[in-house]
Write a protein that binds this ligand. Structure first.
Ligand SMILES: Cc1cc2nc3c(=O)[nH]c(=O)nc-3n(C[C@H](O)[C@H](O)[C@H](O)COP(=O)(O)OP(=O)(O)OC[C@H]3O[C@@H](n4cnc5c(N)ncnc54)[C@H](O)[C@@H]3O)c2cc1C
Length: 470
């Protein structure tokens, strides 16, 4: 039977226009390939999760005259392996790290301007001056300037496989009906994880996951991963876990953007009973915010409070690390604060008193693990412990949101998708969030956008080379 579905042929077809898809598309254009980018969202909402992010990027860097200390490739590899408890695929991590600085240079050549990343973090990072939205807008402009074509409102629904089991293209649903986008060199799946798909979220993360606040794009509903599994791709990574953050509990429930508190290590976090339940100073906050977001969901019934006194609130970095969704709740005493929060006052007073008494002397320094901790307190606060003594006391209600999912597809270091028998699937690549095996349990801050950039670029280049080789 002759199909009446219209088809168009390109060297490379990229599915999804976030950082990974745009880098794939641009890298393929640089090789002289003809490129089609299929994007599910309308033009006005393009940019995926990337556009909601500050898009901080971690990468190895030499010490410089502005006081930046050296962050070596080995340190970054160690951070990524340690934080995944040794489960990340070392080859994938090494490829990411060894290509990260060069990829940032490449983005600079494409017109991205930078500013320093957040302070008081581990490792080195930079952020695009114009944020994630500016990043994607600049890259879309470059792509269009190189004759790349973007089809908006065009959702990939099914991979097309030829008689040799090679992926020959992708079927998409568009406002004009179904359309087949054929790819001589390959299809790059850069269409996000399944964080915006409540059915997949509950199936893989658990029952609690139906009500999580979605921090980023509503369009990342897992089709890329599902389509690949349907043709025999191998699932990989931690399917039961996800990226979270300590976010303001008053955030909009979908596409709330950057509403995270990045200053929680400056105070204490208590649950709805007024009890501490984690070590707020366990590590740099960009090595703890993801697991703390999940701890609030799992251990504190989804709602907790960050509590500070004026010694911290008056510091310049306090305000820089929080974009308020609503006003902070203030009171002259801990008892009054508890009553404002409708949590048990006796318990909160006891918690603060026990904490204050356990704080040890030492120099408070947010730029390093200062060892200024508590003694004899469970759980401890291991660094940056300052007594809460200066009213008015301030509380911000927090919860854990979902940013992206950790489970995805098995890929090799050239971003080729691997099948269930361990062989590369000709013509199929995955980059960015659909890749598994990079993040487990927790997350080293500022490493997802750079992952998308590095692997998107690798995938686009490889697919274009395949097209050129015929
Ligand atoms: C608020 C927030 C702050 C963040 N801050 C940072 C940070 O500072 N640093 C960092 O490293 N990470 C950060 N992250 C995470 C990071 O932004 C993302 O993980 C990363 O940008 C993902 O890039 P991507 O290209 O893989 O996916 P995305 O940018 O999400 O792009 C995927 C694209 O695929 C499209 N799509 C989905 N399904 C289909 C389909 N079937 N057909 C066609 N198109 C489809 C989507 O519409 C989307 O445009 C943050 C995320 C959020 C939400």
């Amino acid at each position: 039977m002759i199909s009446d579905i219209p088809s168009y042929e390109f060297d490379v077809v990229v599915v999804g226009g976030g950082i990974a898809g745009l880098c794939a598309a641009l890298a393929a254009c640089e090789q002289g390939a003809s490129v089609m980018l299929a994007e599910k969202s309308p033009l006005a909402e393009r940019g995926g999760n990337t556009r909601f992010a500050d898009a901080q990027m971690r990468f190895p860097h030499e010490a410089d005259e502005y006081g930046v200390r050296t962050y070596t490739e080995e340190e970054m590899i160690d951070d990524m392996m340690r934080i995944s408890r040794g489960r990340a695929n070392r080859e994938l991590v090494e490829t990411l790290v060894r290509n990260a600085a060069e990829t940032v240079e490449w983005l600079t050549e494409l017109g991205i301007e930078w500013e320093p990343g957040y302070p008081h973090t581990a490792g080195y990072r930079r952020a695009p001056k114009a944020g994630g939205q500016g990043l994607v807008d600049t890259l879309f402009r470059r792509f269009e300037g190189r004759d790349g074509v973007t089809s908006y409102d065009t959702a990939a629904v099914e991979l097309l496989v030829d008689a040799e089991r090679r992926v020959s293209g992708v079927r998409c649903s568009s406002p004009d009906g179904l359309v087949d986008l054929l790819a001589r060199g390959g299809v790059v799946l850069a269409c996000g994880g399944f964080q915006a798909n409540v059915q997949m979220r509950v199936a893989h993360l658990g029952r609690f996951a139906d009500s999580l606040i979605l921090r980023g794009s509503r369009y990342n509903t897992g089709e890329g991963i599902r389509m690949a599994l349907d043709i025999g791709a191998q699932p990989a990574g931690q399917w039961g876990d996800y990226h979270s953050a300590v976010i303001d509990a008053r955030s909009p429930v979908v596409e709330c953007g950057v509403t995270a508190l990045y200053n929680f290590q400056m105070g204490i976090i208590v649950d709805g009973q007024g009890r501490r339940f984690l070590d707020e100073g366990e590590d740099f906050r960009d090595h703890t915010y993801v697991k703390f977001g999940k701890a609030i969901i799992e251990q504190a019934d989804g709602r907790a409070y960050c509590i500070f006194d004026q010694q911290m609130v008056q510091r310049e970095e306090f305000a820089r690390a929080w974009r308020p969704v609503g006003p902070a709740i203030e009171a002259q005493s801990i008892g009054e604060l508890a009553s404002e929060l409708s949590i048990p006052g006796d318990q909160l007073e006891e918690t603060v008193q026990a904490y204050n008494q356990a704080v040890q002397p030492g120099e408070f320094d947010l730029d390093r693990l200062d060892g200024k901790g508590t003694r004899g307190l469970a759980p401890p606060k291991s660094n940056w412990a300052m007594p809460l003594t200066e009213p008015p006391f301030v509380a911000i209600p927090v919860t854990g949101g979902i940013t992206f999912t950790f489970g995805g597809l098995k890929v090799d270091t050239t971003a080729r998708a691997i099948d269930v028998a361990g062989q590369p699937i000709a013509g199929l690549y995955a980059a960015g969030e659909p890749m598994g095996e990079i993040f487990y349990y927790n997350y080293p801050g500022a490493s997802s956008v750079i992952r998308g950039a590095v692997y998107g670029r690798i995938a686009g280049r490889h697919a274009a080379e395949q097209a050129a080789a015929g």
